[in-house]
Write a new protein. Structure first.
Length: 416
């Protein structure tokens, strides 16, 4: 309920029909009390007051971003009813287990469930039309934010300027830890506050609250086995990837990988492993599995879920979750045939050395003719490429040897 923050001044003004001056401040309390006793006015019947209800959808899901607003309304009553109000401080506690005025009661703080995000802009047609607001976290333990603008917000009694509406976005980061209601599900409350004063510096304030139910989100899960196909005796593993909403907290928990050898993924799994998510909360990798039979192997990956995300599993017979296992293949090398061996006999070359006849002039009456010895036919083997030179040298050698023999024979004849 929105009530004036200064009952003494408000009630005195309502009873006397005029605002108390500084000189009458000492008697204000007594006069106000007398007015209340006499029934002239109730504490909420006169003075400066505001209402400041936050507004957001009733049902929210972790990870969504929704349009939200905070509206400050002129609620003066009594003799101050027509007085314009100049707005001062504006604060908001977006998530809380138990509001207390414009704050969260001690022990019920739950910051980070709902987080405001800009731009923070005054709505068209209101007292803060087009104004830009800077929003600062001033109490991290409570999660309390302060709204400030360089312009002056003046609220009138009636008409479009009787209220200032500030538009912004709320990100649903996580589920509440402090449930603000006994209703089914998890609820969180918002607590808002604003103060103002009149031209005569008569102050007033107001608070507001709102409630929303937060539901865990469902994430997609994408899985892929590798390698595939494989031969019997080799191993494979599976990788599961979660995709949380960009504005929400990271998932926590584990992923269970179950391997089946039937196409219905029923019965006891052939292999199973449970593995934690990585520090980013996005990926989990299974143990290595080594098939023992030749058959397709199906993998089901199941995320455990946590307070912010529900459990989710991959589908049976998902092509990315099927490993084809084949029998081992033995490769036999074809027999080798040794290359044929070719023996080449060197051809023979026949060289005929003709006999040389030398006629010696007679020195006596007796004429003697000496015939050189007949060396016959010499057969030279041909030993391969380049044998022509060898044969020539041998022939030359034989000729020289024959010449020496002839010279020796003639020398013997002359000596006689």
């Amino acid at each position: 309920m929105l009530v004036p923050t200064d009952h003494t001044r408000s009630l005195t003004a309502a009873c006397s029909g005029r605002r108390p001056s500084a000189l009458l401040a000492l008697g204000a309390t007594a006069v106000a009390s007398l007015c209340v006793v006499l029934g002239a006015v109730s504490p909420a019947a006169a003075g400066v007051a505001l209402s400041i209800p936050p507004d957001l959808p009733t049902n929210l899901v972790v990870g969504v971003s929704v349009a939200s607003s905070l509206t400050i309304r002129h609620q003066n009553v009594g003799t101050e009813a027509a007085d314009p109000d100049t707005v001062g401080d504006i604060t908001l506690v977006p998530s809380c287990g138990k509001p207390s005025g414009g704050n969260c009661a001690p022990g019920f703080e739950d910051p980070g469930v709902l987080v405001p995000r800009g731009p923070f802009t005054g709505a068209a047609g209101t007292a803060c039309d087009g104004m830009s607001f800077t929003v600062t976290l001033i109490d991290s333990a409570m999660g309390k934010y302060k709204f400030q603008t360089a312009s002056t917000i003046v609220l009138t009694q009636t008409g479009p300027t009787s209220e200032c509406k500030i538009d912004y976005t709320i990100d649903v980061r996580r589920a509440p830890v402090k449930d603000s209601s006994t209703a089914p599900g998890l609820q969180t409350d918002q607590a808002s506050f604003a103060d103002a004063e009149t031209a005569a510096h008569l102050p007033g304030s107001g608070t507001g609250s709102d409630r929303a139910t937060i539901t865990p989100a469902t994430m997609p899960i994408v899985t892929a086995v590798a390698p595939t196909p494989i031969e019997l005796g080799h191993s494979f593993h599976d990788t599961a990837t979660l995709t949380p909403p960009p504005n929400a907290v990271a998932p926590t928990g584990t992923v269970r990988f179950d391997v089946y050898t039937n196409d219905t993924c029923t019965g006891a799994p052939t292999f199973s492993s449970t593995n934690p998510l990585d520090p980013t909360g996005h990926t989990a990798v299974s143990n290595d599995f080594t098939p023992t039979i030749v058959a397709p192997h199906q993998v089901i990956a199941t995320y455990s879920g946590d307070a912010n995300y529900v459990s989710v599993a991959s589908l049976c017979n998902d092509p990315l979750e099927t490993v084809q296992v084949t029998g081992t293949t033995t490769t036999v090398a074809p027999p080798t045939t040794p290359a044929p061996t070719t023996t080449t006999s060197a051809p023979t070359t026949t060289t005929t050395v003709p006999a040389t006849t030398t006629t010696v002039a007679p020195t006596s009456t007796t004429t003697n003719q000496v015939s050189p010895p007949d060396f016959g036919t010499v057969t030279l083997p041909e030993t391969g490429t380049g044998n022509g030179m060898t044969q020539a040298l041998i022939a030359l050698g034989l000729l020289l040897a024959g010449g020496l023999l002839i010279a020796a024979a003639r020398h013997r004849r002359v000596s006689r």
